[in-house]
Design a protein around this ligand. Sequence first.
Ligand code: AMP
Length: 271
Amino acid sequence: MKIFKDKHILQKEISKTKGISFVPTMGGLHKGHISLIKQSKKSKFKTLVSIFVNPKQFNKKSDYRSYPRSTKKDLKKLKNLKIDYLYIPTFKDIYGFKPKEKVFIDKFSKKLCGRFRRGHFEGVLNVVNRFLEIIKPRYIYLGKKDYQQLYLIKKHIEKRKIKSKIIECKTIRENNGVALSTRNLNLNDNQMKIASKIYYYLYNLKKRIKKNYNLFNPNRVKKDLRDLGACKIDYLENYNIENFKKINRQNKKFNIFIAYYIKNTRLIDNI
Ligand code: AMP
């Protein structure tokens, strides 16, 4: 595994390869990230993982500061996985140049997390646009756990006619159903149990409302979730996962999208 901190040295190395399969992360690596990396390793291109906690996508400084970091452990995991390249850029390496492409922000960025984390997706697309320009990957591996993010990156790539192909990767869950997330490191055992109950509640709800959508009563659901231990619910909405249209009748393709807090930890999922 070769480690790079400087984009020019990285680009020199990349120019010697047939192409790159790229897995962007913010570190705090868990089995979700690892499944993306394993899929990337199956491609015919060299696997490059990046670790960069992007300050521009955090709408609160305190959230940026408390975001879990575990670089030493991450390095060990990546070495064991035998990835080809690791890119750990500095802020200046990423933001010290003007990208050729302008970021395209689809209107769906205003919904769901965009309503509650102002500037979040602008920050995500800004950094992804820069990574795409530096690395020019053949493939980019993204998790469906962050479905809205994946959708907005897809729209940017389409609009700007960027030649990288997105590989959509399924959400990896703990045995108790909770989607793996770096933020789970901030949950204690009891809070993890709450997250698990909320997952099963939503899993069963989806089964029921798939059969009869009239059974969906958002206010009732929110109350039940609060009773289970969710402190604050930013949103609970159903969308068609292909075109992000809202659901108002029987439709088999929807997911339930949720963002909620357990104490100070904000969790998102789509089920
Ligand atoms: P992050 O480090 O949180 O920015 O995530 C890096 C990538 O890993 C993103 O494409 C995420 O969607 C993906 N990811 C995060 N958690 C999971 C998970 N539980 N299952 C699958 N992919 C995930």
